[in-house]
Structure formats: C-alpha cells, structure tokens
Write a protein that binds this ligand. Structure first.
Ligand SMILES: C[S@@+](CC[C@H](N)C(=O)[O-])C[C@H]1O[C@@H](n2cnc3c(N)ncnc32)[C@H](O)[C@@H]1O
Length: 293
C-alpha cells in the first residue's frame, strides 16, 4: 500500500498538503497494468477528481480549431458529413462538449462510470446553454472545420485499450476518427502502457485524421513517479521515432529530435507553444499535431 501523493497533479483547488491526513490508497501508478483502469475508477469513486479537473475546456485546443483551419480541416470537400472526434480519458467531458459545439460529432470515453455520469449531466446542460468559455471569442462561436452547426456529444464507459466500446459507435462499422485529442490521458498511464497508447491511437485515427496532444506536464522530470508522469520528449519518441516512450528527459529535445531517425507511425505536422492554455501549463505546455505516415 503506498501513500497517495496528490501534489504532483497540482489540484485546481488550493491544498494544504502538509496538514493533509495521510490517505493510504493504491494509486494507478502502484498497480500492475491490468489493474490500472480499476485504480482510476476508484479515484473517481472516492471523489478525487479535483486533483486533475481543470473545470473548463482547453483554450489551446480552441485556438487550434479557430486559427489553424488548414490543419484541422481533414475531410474532403463535399464529404457531406460532420467530422468525428474522440477524447479518451475524457473525465467530466469539457473538451467533448467544446468539440461538439465546434461542429464535431464527438465521443468521450472514460473507464469510470462516475466520470461518464458527470460528463453526461454536464453535456446536457452545456449543449442547451453553452458557456462563453467554449469559444475563443463570440465572433468565432459558430466556426468549425466541417460544419456551421453543432455536432453531438456521446459518452461511453470503456477501456481505451480494449475494443468493446467500439461496438457502440455510430454509424455501425465506422470506427475511425478525424480528430483525437489527448490531454492528461497519456500522463495518467503508467509508462509501460505508452507503446500500447501509440498503437491504439494509430488504429483509431482515420487515414487523413489528426491526433492532437496538449503535452503536459513537461516541467516534471520523467524519471519521477506519477501520475501525472512527466512527458518531456515522450511524444516524439513514441510517435515519430517509434520508441517505447521510456525517455529520461535529459537530452535537449530539439537536438535529439533532429539527430535521430524517424521510423514511428506518425509524423508531426504542427508543434507550437500555445499562447493560451491552463494556468498550470502556461509557459511549458506544447501543442503537437500528428498524422499517420
Ligand atoms: C488525469 S484524468 C484527465 C481527465 C480529463 N482529460 C481532464 O482533463 O479532466 C485521466 C482520465 O483518464 C481515465 N482513464 C484512465 N485509464 C483509462 C483507460 N484505460 N481507458 C479510458 N479512460 C481511462 C481516468 O478515469 C481519468 O478520468
């Protein structure tokens, strides 16, 4: 049994860590890979979501949708359908709803029933009466890469690494996504699951689709225990180089990225430091966009 250490996720609510009672709990990090999903469900069931919940959708993702239409428009002209998006490890569903409000038929997937229950409640009220924080500005509130109308927000309970949940996607037989968004999902997984994460992403992405990663936390030493696990250099290693993502974070990523071969399944088509992101990642978060090679 290990002590639950809340501080690394830097909760949105102030926490007086020193005066906290020592909560003894097996975190996902201390469980074997097979029990990882159950570990996250137990965190939800014991009301720990404030350790990671940011309370609103990602400003960096909104800016990508509004400012980079050439990157996010992945449907051929005249396809006659809305783009489809997936947010694995969606938590309370803020980004799922925001993507739906930007014209995507969006699926939020989470292993926790409790998370999905909260997300469904949130979506029901937010889609009826959207908050301003869903839009970059009021003038762009209706802009979207594929459609001027809102898409749908559907939430599924399921394990990203298994396939059962795919049977609930509509239309039947359509398993691929035009956009997949990862924020604090990869960093929530134990490092030995990273290669499977990359493989699943490649299976679920449509041939012309984009995988969008808001890379966080990049300020944390990847050798320290998580979650969240420090991700400096991890995306590049996993996706571009086809590695196992078990990097030390010691090398200067710009140098190592140029000097090593790229044999991974993905190529990076955009890499930027977002002007707007959550406070906790301001100045360190990076946004990367990937396509299948
Ligand atoms: C750190 S939280 C982030 C939640 C959300 N992205 C956010 O920003 O609020 C990680 C989420 O991933 C979910 N999760 C962990 N492992 C999962 C798995 N194998 N399949 C689906 N969801 C998973 C957890 O239940 C949790 O909601």
């Amino acid at each position: 049994m290990a002590a639950f250490r809340p501080s690394p996720f830097r909760p949105t609510m102030p926490l007086r860590v020193s005066s906290q009672p020592q909560t003894l709990l097996k975190t996902p990090a201390t469980r074997p890979k097979e029990e990882h999903a159950a570990g996250w469900s137990s965190l939800w069931n014991s009301d720990r979501s404030h350790f990671w919940d940011r309370g609103k959708p990602s400003p960096a993702l909104q800016d990508l949708l509004s400012l980079y239409p050439e990157v996010v428009s992945t449907l051929p002209d005249g396809s006659g359908r809305r783009p489809r998006a997936l947010v694995p490890g969606c938590g309370k569903g803020y980004d799922v709803v925001m993507l739906a409000l930007h014209g995507y038929d969006t699926y939020g997937l989470d292993v926790s029933e409790r998370a999905v229950g909260s997300a469904r409640q949130y979506a029901a009220s937010e889609l009826r009466n959207p908050s301003a924080y869903n839009f970059r500005s009021t003038s762009t509130s209706n802009s979207s890469p594929g459609s001027a109308s809102h898409g749908t927000a559907t939430f599924l309970v399921g394990n990203f690494f298994e396939q059962e949940w795919e049977a609930h996607l509509a239309p039947e037989g359509e398993q691929k996504f035009d956009l997949i968004y990862d924020y604090t999902f990869l960093c929530a997984l134990s490092p030995d699951m990273r290669r499977d994460w990359a493989r699943r992403m490649s299976e679920l992405l449509a041939p012309n689709g984009i995988l969008v990663c808001l890379e966080f936390p990049l300020y944390k030493d990847p050798k320290l225990p998580g979650p969240p696990w420090g991700l400096k250099g991890v995306h590049w290693n996993l996706l571009a180089q086809g590695g196992d993502g078990l990097v030390s974070g010691d090398a200067d990523s710009s140098t190592s990225e140029e000097s090593t071969s790229e044999t991974g399944l993905f190529e990076r088509v955009l890499y930027l430091q977002p002007e707007r992101t959550y406070e906790i990642g301001q100045g360190t978060d990076m946004l990367s966009v990937w396509k299948l090679r």
